[in-house]
Design a protein around this ligand. Structure first.
Ligand SMILES: CC(C)(COP(=O)(O)OP(=O)(O)OC[C@H]1O[C@@H](n2cnc3c(N)ncnc32)[C@H](O)[C@@H]1OP(=O)(O)O)[C@@H](O)C(=O)NCCC(=O)NCCS
Length: 180
């Protein structure tokens, strides 16, 4: 499934497009370091992404993760993931997102997430009841974006994720689909 917004397209990429993905992560390596878990060295290579994109397709088919890249024209400028999708009595997933450092401050991740959330909550889409998103308290861009999207603070997770050399506390937020 491909989502489109006025400026962007959100889609899966083929293994043949691995170079585009590797270039995005290489360009933004330092930008991500304070906010997302450290990746192994091979993560920053096209070889790794050739294999990984095939696994992503299997995850998408299994209804456990939804992984999309954000494209503007032919450039990959971001990534959005709904991870750990649990059905049963939950219908819930964890949201992860990142935009190219050079594209911050232009509302592009907001635009992408409005489309992702509409798809995630729609009965014809993923029909989720809840999306959780957790961020470090000093990640002010992430906090502002989530608040603008209507996410509400639900708690505080101590020593939640190993990022940049230490276990980092996270603010836990969620958006609930009250039309479920
Ligand atoms: C978190 C992250 C995606 C936020 O990106 P962002 O560009 O600030 O987010 P938005 O898309 O909401 O853009 C908001 C900014 O665009 C501006 N903007 C411009 N046009 C806009 C529009 N049409 N609509 C909304 N905002 C617009 C807003 O005023 C705001 O600017 P400001 O931050 O200077 O006040 C980005 O900082 C990032 O990728 N960080 C690294 C990875 C990360 O932290 N991931 C999350 C881990 S929890």
């Amino acid at each position: 499934m491909e989502l489109t917004t006025p400026r962007l397209r959100l889609r899966m990429l083929e293994a043949s497009e691995a170079e585009l993905v590797a270039a995005f992560w290489i360009r933004n390596r330092a930008h991500h370091e304070p906010w997302v878990p450290k990746q192994p060295e091979e993560f920053f290579t096209a070889d790794y992404w050739e294999k990984r994109l095939i696994l992503y397709a299997a995850d998408n088919a299994a209804d456990t993760h939804v992984r999309r890249f954000v494209l503007e024209g032919d450039r990959v400028i971001g990534a959005v993931n709904l991870n750990n999708m649990v059905r049963g009595f939950f219908h819930s997933a964890h949201l992860g997102f990142s935009i190219d450092q050079a594209e911050q401050g232009r509302g592009k991740m907001h635009e992408a997430l409005v489309a992702v959330i509409a798809h995630a909550f729609s009965k014809d889409g993923l029909h989720l009841h809840r999306i959780e998103a957790n961020h470090q308290s000093h990640n002010v861009r992430s906090a502002a974006l989530l608040e603008r999207l209507g996410f509400e603070r639900q708690g505080f997770a101590k020593e939640y994720l190993f990022i940049n050399g230490a276990w980092r506390d996270h603010v836990m937020t969620a958006l609930i689909n009250r039309e479920w």
